[in-house]
Design a protein around this ligand. Structure first.
Ligand code: ADP
Ligand code: MG
Length: 445
């Protein structure tokens, strides 16, 4: 039976608050002048102290009939419940435990590394050798750059090196759905057990999905803290940096930042060439060098498109009994231009990028990357603005072209429009210069 103070607290608080914050709260001691509580998590301790002091005071008053001070101390949680062999959570499987499906193709062996992502690749492997060393490991970067591939490569490798470790790969969407199901079926305890106690390595994909989903963020926060406190490795992927996760609680963001944060960069031309070959080999096809080079030239950045193009080549070549040579490849790529899953018409986009590079000295990689240096940000905003205003592209199309979220596109257009409305000569001059460069330098191409 819990102490009266605890029972009163439980009554005073909403179910949600209770479940989120108070379930590990226990009375450690009541002395002449204060009540000492203990909790199983350092961050919960801070949180309770800063947010729930008043209600805790009131509960003490009601329970004991006097106003005592209180203190919260951290003590690692009592282990009996969770570590007893008796406990048979429904989701616990025999080891080696992969609590999630992994794509067998997403391995380090299949991951082509160019110089742009060499360091990321090395650190990812180091994490596998020494889980917990860089904790958490936060990888961010645009769509189709290989985040999921890398995350699963880590999962595969950890399982190879440490077959006894329980590795849990999950998208944050799955995490949320699991949580909702658990709440509905009254098995939130099993859910927490599975995530917080069972994973030795937790890999969470696409964490930006949880923007605006506060309940799930909170659950994730607890899961994170508990695993992190226990020294369990956490790896997180996102399409943006931790501090761009709008609406995520600061505490969660700063916890994401406390380990190693690394960007996955768009592959260079040479890397794309290698990846084209590798992707084809994954489908048991050998691409000729000139074909791979053509693909690498024509399809930049998003490797899902590159993969889409290769699959299309393979399918079409078998359909039309054509050899996959350069001319067939060109034909397929241009037939893609109306295909939303395929390659966008790159011609005007390419010219615009080249013009911006010439005028502002910012490369296409930088524009499509995530650098926040002033010059790059300006170039990116101009690029986006011009695609919208001068080339009539939709926000959706632009988001795909630059590999940024819609809100970024909208924001960029607004920023530049504002400057132009305010008659900012510098910005107006840049737009004119870029337009000029497009029409003079690249008219013939
Ligand atoms: P993201 O999760 O960043 O959107 P994915 O991991 O889904 O990207 O990658 C898209 C596709 O490109 C996958 O088929 C993946 O195997 C492939 N891919 C990505 N990066 C590489 C790489 N460096 N080497 C080989 N294949 C890659
Ligand atoms: Mg992904």
């Amino acid at each position: 039976m819990s102490h009266r103070i605890i029972r009163i607290l439980e009554k005073k608080l909403s179910r949600k608050t209770w479940d989120n914050w108070f379930t590990t709260l226990e009375i450690k001691e009541i002395t002449g002048d204060k009540v000492i509580f203990q909790v199983g998590n350092l961050f919960v301790k801070d949180w309770l102290q800063s947010r729930y002091g008043k209600v805790i005071h009131r509960a003490i008053h009601e329970a004991l009939g006097k106003d005592l001070d209180f203190e919260i101390v951290y003590e690692s949680p009592s282990k009996e419940v969770f570590e007893s062999d008796e406990y048979k959570g429904p989701l616990v499987k025999k080891k080696p435990l992969i609590l999630s499906e992994l794509n067998p193709e997403y391995t380090f062996e299949n991951f082509v590394v160019g110089t742009e992502n060499r360091a990321l690749f090395e650190i990812s492997q180091e994490i596998c050798r020494k889980p917990g060393k860089f904790n958490p490991f936060f990888i961010f970067g645009g769509v189709g750059l290989g985040k999921t591939h890398l995350l699963q490569a880590i999962a595969h490798r950890v399982l190879e090196l440490f077959p006894e470790k329980k590795v849990l790969y999950i998208t944050s969407e799955q995490f949320m759905n699991d949580m909702i199901d658990a709440i509905k079926s009254g098995s939130i305890r099993d859910f927490r057990y599975q995530y917080r106690k069972k994973a030795d390595v937790l890999l969470i994909d696409d964490v930006q999905f949880l923007i605006g989903k506060e309940g799930t963020q909170r659950e994730l926060f607890h899961t994170f803290n508990e695993l992190h406190d226990a020294g369990k490795q956490i790896v997180i992927c996102s399409d943006r940096t931790p501090d761009e996760l709008n609406g995520f609680p600061d505490r969660l963001v700063s916890r994401f930042q406390m380990g190693m944060v690394m960007e996955i960069l768009p592959p260079s031309l040479e890397t794309r060439y290698e990846i084209a070959k590798r992707l084809a080999r994954r489908e048991s096809i050998n691409l000729a060098d000139d074909v791979a080079m053509e693909l690498a030239h024509r399809i930049d950045g998003n490797l899902r498109r590159l993969r889409g193009a290769i699959i299309k080549l393979i399918v079409q070549s078998s359909m039309y009994k054509e050899k996959i040579d350069l001319s067939f490849t060109r034909q397929i790529i241009s037939s893609f231009q109306t295909d939303i899953t395929g390659v966008k018409p790159l011609t005007d986009v390419d010219r615009l990028l080249k013009a911006i590079e010439k005028v502002l000295g910012v490369s296409r990689e930088e524009i499509k990357g995530t650098s926040r240096t002033k010059n790059v940000v300006k170039a990116r905003q101009l690029f986006i603005y011009m695609l919208k205003q001068e080339y009539g592209k939709s926000v959706q199309e632009i988001a795909e072209i630059v590999g940024k979220k819609h809100s970024t596109v909208i924001h960029s257009v607004k920023q530049i429009s504002k400057s132009i409305l305010k008659d900012n000569k510098y910005i107006k001059g840049l737009v004119a210069k870029i337009n000029n460069t497009v029409s003079t330098d690249f008219a013939a191409s």
